[in-house]
Design a protein around this ligand. Structure first.
Ligand code: C5P
Length: 237
């Protein structure tokens, strides 16, 4: 399993995004394009970043009726991204429709992963707002098993739940995990956080890191630190 660090390019313009990516020189981190950038600049932004040699996780978190998601995924499959996603809460029918829509006429498709519970959600907000009474790890593992049964390749979850997901769905089922912070950094609005090294120990396959890299004085150095801590477990600077 190839482990990697995915940099969340949460910017509101192409200009800011390219100014950020230029700071990496010839290095080409795996990047995540989310709602903010996609809604600001549209699909052409995906093509432009791809043309610069980056792998792309298109994080649009689709959640709608199955037919709408199927058609939207068919359009997204033409963008040649590496990973797309949706909300597992959309149910098995929606996830199956998404896989169908995403699959190209030649049978290939980007990896498709499901958001389980957002890493900004904790058990208290899940109980209070969503009326879900079960423990977080159980909820996440159940959503993951549903996603696997629907034909998906993995889930987005907290590193804290990566072990429960692998236990329920097997080692090859991908865990893509945001909510990562350096030991000496701010958590911000994330509630279920770990360090890159801890994420590695817990079995995450990919970590998604935004502000600890995008807001760093030297983003390329922060990214290298993250890669070093996540891939090799070293935390020396
Ligand atoms: O800045 P930060 O490291 O918190 O960024 C995390 C990124 O991962 C954001 O783009 C956020 O939308 C995304 N994400 C998340 N939790 C999920 C799914 C996606 O934080 N469950």
């Amino acid at each position: 399993m190839a482990k990697d660090v995915i940099v969340a390019c949460d910017f509101d313009s192409a200009e800011k995004t390219f100014a950020f990516l230029d700071r990496f020189g010839d290095e080409k981190p795996f990047v995540k394009i989310g709602m903010e950038l996609f809604y600001a600049e549209g699909p052409d932004m995906v093509r432009r970043i791809k043309a610069r040699g980056h792998k792309i996780f298109l994080d649009l978190k689709l959640h709608d009726i199955p037919n709408t998601v199927k058609k939207a995924m068919a359009v997204l499959s033409r963008l040649d991204v590496d990973i797309c996603n949706l909300h597992a809460a959309g149910t098995t029918a929606m996830m199956r429709a998404a896989v169908e829509g995403l699959t190209r006429p030649d049978g290939t498709r980007p990896l498709l992963i499901a958001v389980t519970q957002l890493t900004s959600t904790d058990e208290e907000s899940m109980r209070r707002d969503l009326l879900i009474e079960r423990p977080m790890a159980e909820v996440v593992a159940h959503y993951a098993a549903t996603a696997k049964a629907a034909g998906l390749d993995g889930v987005v979850c907290s590193p804290l739940e990566a072990g429960a997901v692998h236990a329920a769905c097997g080692r090859d089922f991908l865990t893509v995990t945001p909510g990562v912070r350096f030991a000496d950094g701010d958590a911000g609005d994330q509630k279920r956080v770990t360090t890159p090294e801890r994420a590695r120990q817990l079995g995450s396959d990919y970590i998604v890191v935004g502000r600890p890299i995008t807001a760093a004085a030297d983003p390329a150095a922060a990214w290298r630190r993250c890669v070093r801590e996540f891939i090799t477990g070293g935390n020396q600077t």
